[in-house]
Design a protein around this ligand. Sequence first.
Ligand code: NAD
Ligand code: DAU
Length: 347
Amino acid sequence: MILVTGGAGFIGANFALGAVRNGETVVNLDKLGYAGHLESLAALDGNPRHVFVKGDIGDRELVRKLLAQHRPRAIVHFAAESHVDRSIHGPGEFVQTNVVGTFALLEESRNFFQNHKDFRFLQVSTDEVFGSLGETDAAFTETSPYAPNSPYSASKAAADHLVRAYHHTYGLPTLISNCSNNYGPFQLPEKLIPLLIHNALAGEALPVYGDGKNVRDWLYVEDHCNALGALLERGAAGETYNIGGNSEKTNLEVVEAVCGLLDELHPRASGRYRDLVTHVKDRPGHDRRYAMDASKMRRRLGWQPAESFATGLRKTVRWYLDNAEWVRQATSGGYQDWVEKNYSVRS
Ligand code: NAD
Ligand code: DAU
């Protein structure tokens, strides 16, 4: 039994689906904010090995009750405010959930650990805590210094520091993973790849921030989830692990790849999808390049990605073409307000 936080969001839902498929029982705590979509977990409806609880990780009484009731062997902590652009418009919620919320989970974990010594706490973090690389710099390793540049990455860095301190001070068996950009099924079209697919299919502009030469290291979400599974079973308590796809691309290369796949799988009535590309005003403080050295994961845990960017992106584009109803539901509600807020400042 494991307690997953944020399991109706993108990576958490993929993780919960995979874990239950592998025979695990999952208690899934998510407040179902704008990024949480229970439809992503429809395949688990009625499955006794999945218990969904709507609630906030900052609600210590609820977390205490769930730990006492289910006695999980681990917490896998995904719940977070996760979108850099939103953190620029409103950093407060990022501090609240990512820092204060993680603190609440750690406090309850510390108490629970007193009588459950085989317990582990896995903090799912990001490569963005390391800041930005120059074009020819070596990739980030586990010993790269933290240098976060956005309110999002600063809040994740703060949480990582708390997790580290709870191991060092209280002996809580913690693990921290720092992963690069994920893509795949069930990702809300506010992040680059699903946004491109969604806008292209609607015949709308494909907004590229700045010159489009910022570089990200892309990893298919299932590969990230498999890495986290390996870490949970065989990772060393108190250590951190970098996870990445060894797949650096400029944003323009990503746009080109998405457009090419859509031209092949779902051609436009006239013209090509790349005709929709529009350069817009850059993101303030936009990190230029991230790259992860994931050799520790390979050496120590035998993990490496199964998908290349080409195979993972093809699966992803197909998934979005086949799951228009999920996209429709995920982009109802406040989605349009967000699009207006974020993209009106860029025109
Ligand atoms: P997401 O935004 O899709 O999902 C986050 C989930 O957390 C949502 O379901 C939301 O409702 C829930 N949540 C937010 N605040 C909560 C709270 N206070 N209490 C309970 N639930 C709450 O995010 P994601 O892309 O799936 O990312 C998951 C985790 O992985 C995050 O911690 C993120 O920092 C990390 N991460 C993401 C990526 C990426 O590329 N997406 C890469 C590396 C690490
Ligand atoms: O690196 C890991 C991080 O990846 C995670 O920790 C974050 O949770 C996740 O959101 C993601 O952050 P990014 O800022 O890299 O992802 P995003 O999809 O927002 O942007 C990817 C790149 O594309 C970035 O350089 C900004 C650019 N971009 C993004 C959007 C939404 C555009 O050019 N146009 C856009 O409309």
